[in-house]
Design a protein around this ligand. Structure first.
Ligand code: PSU
Ligand code: MN
Length: 311
């Protein structure tokens, strides 16, 4: 790997080659590896996402911060370190959003990037498609806590296609959808009329447009960017049906997890990882299976979008 740009980022050679050939590239985040899933399923899932992107003819670029350097295209050995949440010298690998990105870089630390920081870094590298599990959004109780994910900020000022299974079910999804509308981010439902609810395929909220093919996603994004050159386009792919958890079942678990979080005083950055881990426990691992399935599904959708966009 070699430094490629004046903006302090490092692009792995295979990624920079693909970009220079205008070949399809899909960015992937590292917070979901380090803080969203337990070891070792996080490692296996991350490598499965990379592999499904390659199977569809695109180049995966998992993004994370190594010794203060945002790295576009982690190697398998580097992904292993993120999965174990530990730098080679034993330093922990924390969660890095937009607020702490620059300080982590300045300190020369390692960091796992969220949707927000991955979007910004992918854009800086010239990548146009990004895949995640579920975006962050407006948290339940936000009227009191003001806890709204910087993922929404980044979606409002970064022109990438972001593939997701909707918003994480732990959020206030109706408010999240309103917020995305305010930002002017188009919500495209891939073979669905509804904004998906992560573990469940429906949320009761509609998307802006249903699409049946991923060429349509690329076509809409190109038109969107000609007029609104700074916002993301969200492609929403519901969790594969065989892994769906019924909305009422997951609601009961979320209510319990939220009560535990409040009781233990868990807030801010720690809330999302805590709730995801609690849900896994409360559903006997069902949320984990769903999470893995939707991540791999989204990576496959993103690869096909990237291929279409590069034509
Ligand atoms: N989606 C998942 N698992 C995750 C996340 C998303 O399936 O762990 C992570 C993403 O990195 C997202 C972050 O950006 O959670 C949002 O955290 P917060 O709500 O603190 O902004
Ligand atoms: Mn937050």
């Amino acid at each position: 790997m070699e430094p490629t740009s004046p903006t302090d980022i490092r692009i792995a050679e295979h990624v920079s080659r693909a970009l220079s050939e205008q070949a399809p590239v899909v960015a992937l985040e590292s917070t979901v590896i380090a803080h969203g899933l337990p070891y070792p399923i996080n490692l296996e899932t991350s490598l499965a996402c990379e592999s499904v992107v390659r199977q569809h003819g695109a180049t995966p670029a998992t993004i994370g911060i190594i010794d203060g350097v945002p790295t576009i295209g982690l190697s398998e050995d580097e992904i292993k370190l993120f999965a174990a949440r530990q730098a080679p010298d034993g330093r922990p690998i924390g969660k890095v959003g937009l607020n702490n990105l620059a300080s982590v870089m300045a300190r020369g630390a390692w960091g796992a990037t969220t949707v927000a920081s991955t979007l910004r870094l992918a854009h800086a590298a010239g990548i146009r498609v990004f895949s995640t599990g579920g975006i962050g959004g407006v948290h339940r109780g936000a009227a009191e806590t003001f806890d709204i994910s910087a993922d929404l900020t980044a979606l409002g000022n970064t022109p990438l296609i972001c593939v997701c299974a909707g918003g994480k079910a732990i959020l206030d999804l109706p408010k999240t959808v309103e917020y995305l509308e305010m930002l002017g981010v188009p919500l495209l439902g891939y073979c669905t009329d509804e904004f998906p609810a992560f573990y469940s395929r429906s949320s009761g909220r509609t998307v802006d447009a249903r699409i049946e093919t991923l060429d349509e996603a690329a076509g809409i994004a190109e038109r969107h960017w000609r007029i609104c050159s700074s916002t993301a386009v969200l492609v929403c792919a519901p969790v594969p049906a065989e892994f769906e958890i019924a909305p009422d079942e997951i609601e009961i678990a979320i209510d319990k997890a939220m009560i535990t979080a409040t009781r233990q005083g868990i807030r801010g950055k720690a809330l999302t990882p805590f709730l995801l881990a609690e849900l896994e426990r409360l559903t006997g691992g069902k949320t984990l299976e769903a999470n893995r399935a939707l991540l791999v599904n989204n990576a496959s959708v993103a690869a096909r979008v990237a291929v279409s966009l590069s034509r």
